[in-house]
Design a protein around this ligand. Sequence first.
Ligand code: NAD
Length: 494
Amino acid sequence: MLDQATIDTLRKAPVPPAQNLINGLSCAASDGQVMDVISPVDGSTLTTMPRSTATDADRAIAAARRAFDDGRWSDMAPAARKKIMFKWAELIEKHAPELAVLGVRNNGTEIAMALKAEPLGAAQTIRYYAEALDKVYGEIAPTDGNTLGMIHKTPVGVVGALIPWNFPLMIGAWKLGPALAAGCTVVVKPPETASLTLIRIAELALEAGLPAGVVNVVTGEGAVVGAAIAESMHVDVLTFTGSGTTGRRLIEASARSNMKRVYLELGGKSPNIVFADAPDLTKAAKISAAGIFRNSGQVCIAGARLLVERSIQEEFTDLLIKATESMKIGDPLDLGSAAGAVNSARQLKQNLAFVAEARALGRPVYGGEQLLAETGGFYMAPAIVSDVMPSDRLFREEVFGPVLAVTPFDSDEEAIALANGTEFGLASAVWTSNLSRAHRMIAKLRAGVVHVNTYGGADGTVPLGGVKQSGNGHDKSMHAMDKFFDLKTAWIAL
Ligand code: NAD
């Protein structure tokens, strides 16, 4: 649907200064401040966006509050709400090429993946929850004959949605879809380094007929705008995807303010466990390389730790290097690129520091150099670091970049202990031909997702969430709607 010539035209389109969207109106920050939007593709300044203040966040929250309290959305007939959400999904699809290219210019993801995951993924998610919105309702409890116990599902109210930069539309839709389907109103805080497409799809929502104030978008710094949303007495629930550091702050902010519910989707250091009896090692290597290096490793579920049975360590590492060599790293707007740019200069510096530290510890390192510095963009060769020890920072901490830590193991028990040996519990994978072993590993791995003989690629019908310090909620699937409902009991004497 998107050919190279179209991409090459769209990439030259001027990008006007971005604006907030509050109560259906585009507006600047109240004090007129802006911040530069830097493109990771070539380091140039793409445009500007509002450096909003806490006052702007409060205005957006007030608009969302009014829109919720007067029932302009939650009291609308379900069929009418559904129609608007379907129209919205259709408009996002219609504008998918522009949205995908704009998103890549903003965050550096390779275009093939960006198109599929971002506008098209978002449209699919919005449609999924539009279809669901009149199929979720309350219950009547089996009480005695003298009373009627009714359980109503009522929308929670105003939702604060705080979004990360790796897949702003896909993840944004994971929040907006179920929140709107439940009847809530939303204030979106887009990420500093990937705000443009979220603003654009919020404009498309208005065009689709969403009443003003139901979705509001405020750009700026997390520590200012995000913090104001987190501290607000008028926001009823926070739905967040991002780092554990910010997640912790949100829980504190909730405790300091109105004890709003806080749902966190956080980072990971996901183990990808390859046994010698894996059905096809070449295929496992190919999928494992994609599982860590696509989107330059900036994927929450990335298989960032390869745990490999010692007897095949050398053979599998060679296969992995071969698979990695065949991945073209470069211009994210080239359809042939398997991975594009790292999101920011700061992220690139951090990735390179992890590699330097591994080298200093004497770990064998394949790749991991900065690439294409002459373009002004932020590029990096995938790194495969061997013989990583559980005491290494690279074993325990999330890089959120294209750096794979390889650690050998000798038994199932050791593989499980290594896999579970971090504070995270987001995703995991097991490669084996032994069905009993696969089931044992599914039971023992402390992770929200376990893949068997594959990595990634799950669709919207299954939940995504972490255990331990990878989070406490679920995006995707019908389970995501629970976050945006309150249960109200009506107890009626008969
Ligand atoms: P981040 O925590 O820095 O920022 C996320 C969002 O929170 C941004 O919108 C930011 O502006 C806002 N924010 C930052 N500081 C804030 C504060 N003090 N108060 C309120 N809001 C604040 O995370 P990031 O760097 O954008 O994203 C990368 C992280 O996200 C990684 O750890 C990654 O693993 C995680 N992630 C998790 C999932 C998942 O589904 N579990 C998916 C994608 C990314």
